[in-house]
Design a protein around this ligand. Sequence first.
Ligand SMILES: Nc1ncnc2c1ncn2[C@@H]1O[C@H](COP(=O)(O)OP(=O)(O)O)[C@@H](O)[C@H]1O
Ligand SMILES: [Mg+2]
Length: 381
Amino acid sequence: MIERSRIWDILENYDVENIKIGAVASHSALDTFDGAADEGFRTLAVCQKGREKTYTHYFKARRRDGIVWKGCVDEAWVFDKFNEILLEKNQERLIKENVIFIPNRSFTSYCKLDEIEENFHVPMFGSRNLLRTEERTEEKDYYWLLEKEGLPFPEKIDDPRNIEELSIVKLHHAVKKLERGFFTCSSYDEYRKKSEQLLKQGVITEEDLKKARIERYIIGPVFNFDFFYSPITKELELLGIDWRFETSLDGHVRLPAQQQLSLPEKQQIPEYTVCGHNSATLRESQLEKVFELGERYVEATKKHYDYGIIGPFCLQTCVDKDLRFYIYDVAPRIGGGTNVHMSVGHPYGNTLWRRRVSTGRRIAMEIKMAAEEGKLKEIVS
Ligand SMILES: Nc1ncnc2c1ncn2[C@@H]1O[C@H](COP(=O)(O)OP(=O)(O)O)[C@@H](O)[C@H]1O
Ligand SMILES: [Mg+2]
């Protein structure tokens, strides 16, 4: 892991008056750029050829006398592959442009974590040392942290033979490399049948199946809590709540039961590919429970991961019939669903800040605050 002091040395030479906000142009980048533009920053999108037009064309920033009146992306660098941003010369360019980089899931998916940890010298807003915790196969992953600190998560099932109630089997998709090959089952028999079916269809591999995490399926709605922890104010904020559209699952549940039952074998098992987001609010009496989860996560990261969580993170939860929340996934960075509150803000972010505040804008506010108070060191790693 690059020493934080090394990043601070680089930051020393930044022109604080001219900080730009940069991100890999995918995932939640639009929210990041939109929020940055609202707070008066210039923005830089790291694009990949073939998927750049959103940033270079459709949301390109137009400015008049320096004031942006349309769009939010000032500059776009288009590479053949996203991971070219790791090249020494490109890092140097980012540093020369005073870029504070916002790590999102596309950055950590398309660029190797080893490289980000050891060789990416651009000051990042967020916690470099936590990015790896979201890899489910790591020893000290988020499950490790949740377990260590007694935070609730769906019970793990070590052996598929012990499946006795509805469970979810989590593994990678064999072909769609960044997608999921998840399936659900409520007995060992069903586990065998479904996994055989998916193996035959080439959706999963034997090797991944062996390493899969099996856990109890929480029957209840999904709430992804978009939190923000400020190292400047030392306060935790709930900015928004989102939940995801997943294909083909959402299509399946919109079919009448009889139609579901008559689907041919190859259409029977849904996939869980995220393809959109929606916004939600939570029954008020439940809010404090969720704040408590957020506070405990912040404390846990401080205890086990040096400086702990910086800025945005997302606790992905399901709630059961007794209103118990279970954290099934943790994003130690900006969540994937924050475009739901881009520009319009979110009931919670807005209520707190008395203006429209999305995660992207909150990030920019924190950078601005830190720059003004001479505290930039506290928010980068
Ligand atoms: N234990 C669980 N119980 C119920 N649903 C779950 C559980 N774990 C995951 N899910 C569902 O699977 C989806 C993706 O799960 P997640 O663990 O976040 O995978 P990924 O790492 O691909 O984001 C979520 O939309 C959620 O609805
Ligand atoms: Mg997830």
